[in-house]
Design a protein around this ligand. Sequence first.
Ligand code: NI
Length: 150
Amino acid sequence: MAIRNVVKEGDPVLSKVCRPVDKFDDKLKALLDDMYETMVANDGVGLAGPQVGILRRIFVIDIGDGRLEFINPRIVSTSGVQEGSEGCLSCPGEYGITKRPMYVTVEGYNREGDRFSLNAEGLLAKAICHENDHLDGILFKEHVIRMEKK
Ligand code: NI
């Protein structure tokens, strides 16, 4: 495993729409391992492909309950609303209050290529929305009601 460089806001790679993963091979597993290691090393709770310069539809999340991997994810339903602080490893030191769904149902594939469905709430739901946005070139600031003081 290796820690990769995290792309920062202003890099055009962060505004691109990512392509689906089509090969569930060892290269993908190595990438997911690197992404997780990079996220942990930077004290993050989530990291998406474009943040390490990879324009594929993948992200990793760990909100403290263990490692989750999402490949070709699709948010199929959302409900409720939550307001709270949010940041991003690509925008170091910047935080803002966002409005996000309280509940999401997401479908995707694991690293073996098996399909799964997950119901998430609270912080996990917020993280899934945040990371999924990265796959479409969207940063959390587009959801910010007001930025917080540094
Ligand atoms: Ni982010």
